[in-house]
Design a protein around this ligand. Structure first.
Ligand code: FAD
Length: 470
């Protein structure tokens, strides 16, 4: 009788991500998470149980075949593994770094029931980095269908539509208002979380698939959508995001030293203020910085302010830690770096000095009431709990809404009360041949949800083009 070999015991804990030391990284803009070694990656891949009915795939808005790519990885077939991912996701190095996996694929991983889920995002990142380091191959071109599609906005939604439609042989031109493609990935998320070179190489991949990129082109001001359709484009996709900052509407908000997170992060990311004097675009940062908000934008602003030399950075959030919408990993990273958090508090006015610069902030404590429409408990001001905090810089990160330029220059385009573009579940607007997806439809959301919307819209556009007579 042959004895069956005992199965190796599966590790309950995920392989830890090597990171820069918090004491060192709080003074530089280099990437915090250093990425797995090959050995780490294989050890983590081996924790995947290869479930018969994998739940993780259902948790991914672009349906990456997760067990399949991990299986190939375990067999050392890295080339095939990254190809498997790219069948569904053209931006794996980006998603591996910034997706909220803990709420998506990893939340559904059965390993999470006995310990920590498999670190799917870190494996995706490792494979994408492996491929980039060896050189990304240009995919073989498919025959031209003769159909032309204009994609407006080069954020994750637009790049996904461009990749999917190029793979099907349609000629795509991406029109981007800024001088660089990537959307929030380049102008919002800082270098220490997502290096710009990584975004650039994934944008290059989309171009290799056949899409043309036209930067510095503000649709609505140069050409409008009706003009694009008249000038030879068969369909249009709108992926213009939600780039307009929201403010609090409280007294003193116009004082010097108060920034919207958008302005602050654009100065840091695109104008490279952290590289002053190499880049002659400095940003004034005080000693005591307050950041208002609890999402990824607040975390990125707070951690950038710390790196720019602030002595103390405090996040003021009106709900509790449990309700914070930021990625868990980034909240932990921020705390490790010494960012302070004041929960259940909200500013009610900013106080200025005689020269018009902010010097303090009056806040009120909050209590949590019943859940609101977002499902989170509603914060309610506690009477008589006002307190004052000295501050010399404030960064407001309380939300973003769509820029109305496209909506106001496209006659008849249906828009919701929130200013987002109305579509069906496949991104179809009320104008034939015009589709939309990403933050411009949902309001501010996530990279992967924008990509998921892009995939659905690309499928619908392809169907539309297949039926359309030239
Ligand atoms: P965007 O990324 O906003 O791209 C829209 C593009 O359209 C921009 O490049 C813009 O310049 C261009 N554009 C706008 N109007 C025009 C026009 N008229 N003509 C031509 N071009 C135009 N999500 C995560 O999943 N994980 C994170 O860690 C995360 N962190 C974030 C941090 C910050 C600071 C911010 C601001 C957001 C973060 N998000 C994160 C959210 C995520 O980045 C967005 O949900 C996502 O980028 C939306 O993609 P999009 O393609 O719809 O729009």
């Amino acid at each position: 009788m042959t004895e069956s070999k005992p199965r190796p015991k599966l590790k309950k804990e995920a392989v830890a991500m090597p990171k820069q030391n918090p004491k060192v990284r709080k003074d530089n803009f280099n990437e915090v998470a250093q990425g797995y070694s090959e050995q780490d990656a294989l050890e983590e891949a081996n924790r995947c149980l290869q479930c018969g009915k994998p739940q993780c795939v259902a948790g991914c808005p672009v349906e990456v075949p997760i067990p399949d790519f991990i299986k190939l990885m375990k067999q050392g077939k890295y080339e095939e593994a990254i190809k498997k991912i790219k069948e569904k996701n053209a931006l794996p190095a980006i998603c591996g770094r910034v997706c909220p996996q803990e709420e998506q694929c990893q939340q559904k991983c059965v390993m999470g029931k006995v310990g920590e889920p498999v670190s799917i995002g870190r494996l995706e990142r490792w494979l994408a980095d492996w491929e980039r380091n060896k050189g990304v191959e240009a995919p073989s071109k498919v025959p031209d269908t003769g159909k032309r599609v204009a994609v407006i906005g080069a954020g994750p939604a637009g790049l996904t539509v461009a990749a999917e439609l190029s793979k099907l042989g349609h000629k795509v031109v991406i029109f981007e208002a800024l001088h660089l493609a990537g959307g929030v990935l380049v102008y919002g998320i800082p270098e220490f979380r997502l290096p710009k070179s990584i975004v650039q190489s994934e944008v290059d991949y989309v171009k290799k698939l056949g899409a043309d990129l036209c930067t510095g082109y503000l649709v609505g001001r140069v050409y409008t959508i009706p003009e694009l359709l008249k000038n030879g484009f068969d369909a249009v996709f709108i992926g213009t995001g939600a780039g307009l900052p929201s403010f609090m509407g409280i007294p003193g908000e116009n004082l010097g030293g108060i920034y919207s997170a958008n302005e602050f992060l654009i100065r840091v990311n695109l104008m490279k203020s952290y590289k002053f004097p190499e880049y002659d675009t400095p940003i004034r940062i005080g000693r005591h910085v307050a950041v208002i908000g609890g999402g990824n934008v607040a975390m990125d602003s707070a951690r950038s302010a710390l790196r720019l030399g602030a002595e103390e950075v405090c996040i003021i959030y009106r709900r509790s830690r449990e309700e914070m919408p930021a990625r868990h990993e980034e909240i932990e990273n921020a705390e490790e770096e010494g960012i302070l958090c004041k929960f259940l508090a909200n500013p009610i006015r900013f106080i200025g000095d005689e020269k018009g610069w902010v010097k303090a902030m009056e806040c009120i404590c909050m209590e949590l009431g019943p859940p609101d429409e977002s499902g989170r408990r509603r914060p309610i001001p506690a009477k008589g709990s006002e307190f004052t905090m000295p501050v010399d810089t404030v960064i407001i990160a309380v939300g973003r809404t769509p820029n109305p330029i496209i909506q106001s220059t496209t006659e008849g385009l249906e828009v919701t009360k929130r200013g987002t573009i109305a579509t069906d579940e496949n991104g179809k607007t009320n104008i034939p041949g015009v589709y939309a997806g990403g933050d411009i439809v949902t309001g501010e959301a996530t990279v992967i949800s924008a990509m998921g919307a892009g995939k659905k819209a690309a499928k619908a556009i392809h169907e539309y083009l297949s039926k359309k007579k030239s």
